[in-house]
Ligand binder design. Structure first.
Ligand code: TXA
Ligand code: MG
Length: 356
């Protein structure tokens, strides 16, 4: 298949391209598009055939449900069986934006889209290109992240092209995304709203609106023996080609350990890379050292993490050492993704008593 790639700089100037993209969706084809979180791989959410195509293009198991993207709050009602009060409050507070909510679905949504579930995940993104495209497409666009299954989600069109060229009809290139990690997912079908996937909208932010919010206990842990409520969270996601390990402890211990290990491995001929921060990158001796951002500005780390993992893949890195991050605020989303990418391999080093 020939994949058409359009650069979208402005929703008005590029209106014709967006109309063409919308037509592809309405005719049953697939279009990758930018959102503020990561790029999505879109198809008609109300068409079973389109959803099947999405699974095929991604190489994704079809028991892993898709998020339905809408462009107007009023479009929520027809696809849900009921909208709890908490859903209305969260929509008011965070839509359009990086929050996905799970509702009981209406008949309108085919089981192919929801991976066989009676519930549906819905999100209204804030990216103006995404909103214009969804409207042109008829209002309901099912979209997982636009990566091949098992790869880090794409944060720029370059990586969508790498994974999807020849597999879908069109890619809308809207430049680099703003956030860089997937949306927060909250399940509203339980008595207490429950976070299934952490993201830019933190537990604290949700609690300010709703009071008590739970978090799925499988979110940060390995092998709890309990199945995660978001089926997608059980797969080893976001995996770089190189073997990734997280090193946790006092900064000085972490730097010493990583320098020792990378020195040894480089001698053995391995291609070794380090994920550091603005505060530490100059302390590492490995040949490849990348900063993911500043510890004082967690949003910079969220923004850069997937890109760095992809760059290591491009360089055929075989071993990766990463620093660890606090799990407060957005740090929870960052560590959730990093732990998955590392298959939960963490090395715990010394902690001096006066450290926090
Ligand atoms: O930021 C995002 O959410 C991006 C952009 C494109 O919007 N999309 C995204 O989609 O990350 P995806 O398919 O890569 O991840 C969706 C997650 C999966 O873990 C899936 O299992 C879960 O949402 N999910 C979808 N529908 C669900 C449902 N009805 N119940 C529980 N989990 C659901
Ligand atoms: Mg994904």
């Amino acid at each position: 298949m020939n994949t058409v790639i359009y650069q979208i700089k402005d929703t008005i100037e590029d209106a014709k391209s967006l109309t063409e993209a919308g037509r592809i969706i309405r005719e049953g084809g697939l279009v990758a598009f930018p959102t503020e979180t990561v790029y999505g791989l879109g198809g008609d959410a109300l068409s079973p055939a389109s959803s099947r195509k999405i699974y095929a293009a991604k190489g994704r198991p079809s028991d892993n449900p898709l998020i339905v993207h809408i462009a107007n709050t009023e479009d929520l009602e027809p696809i849900t069986a009921d909208i709890p009060e908490a859903g209305r409050k969260l929509a008011d507070a965070f839509w359009p934006g990086p929050l996905t909510m799970i509702f009981r679905k209406s008949e309108k949504v085919p089981k192919e889209t929801t991976g066989g579930l009676d519930t549906v995940a819905v999100r209204m993104p804030s990216d103006p290109v995404a909103l214009a495209f969804i409207r042109e497409a008829g209002g309901y666009v099912a979209a997982p992240s636009a990566n091949l299954s098992g790869k880090p989600s794409p944060t720029s069109a370059k990586y969508v092209i790498q994974d999807m060229d020849g597999r879908i009809e069109m890619i809308l290139d809207g430049g680099d995304v703003e956030i860089g990690l997937e949306s927060t997912i909250v399940d509203l079908t339980e008595e207490t709203p429950t976070i299934l996937r952490p993201g830019y909208v933190t537990k604290e932010m949700l609690e300010q609106v709703l009071g008590t919010v739970d978090a799925d206990r499988t979110m940060m842990e390995k092998d709890t023996g309990v199945a995660p409520k978001a089926p997608g969270m059980k797969y080893r996601h976001y995996a770089p080609k190189g073997d990734l390990v997280i090193v946790e402890g006092d900064s000085a211990c972490v730097v010493d350990y990583i320098n020792e290990q990378t020195g040894l491995l480089e001698k053995q001929g391995e291609k070794v890379a380090v994920i550091g921060t603005e505060e530490t990158k100059m302390l590492y001796h490995a040949e490849i050292v990348k900063s993911v951002g500043s510890r004082n500005r967690e949003e910079t780390i969220a923004h850069t993490l997937y890109r760095v993992l992809r760059e290591f893949d491009d360089m055929d890195v075989t071993r990766i050492f990463s620093e660890s991050f606090d799990t407060t605020g957005m740090g929870q989303a960052i560590m959730n993704r990093l732990l998955k990418a590392a298959g939960h391999k963490v090395i715990h080093l010394c902690r001096s008593t006066n450290s926090d």
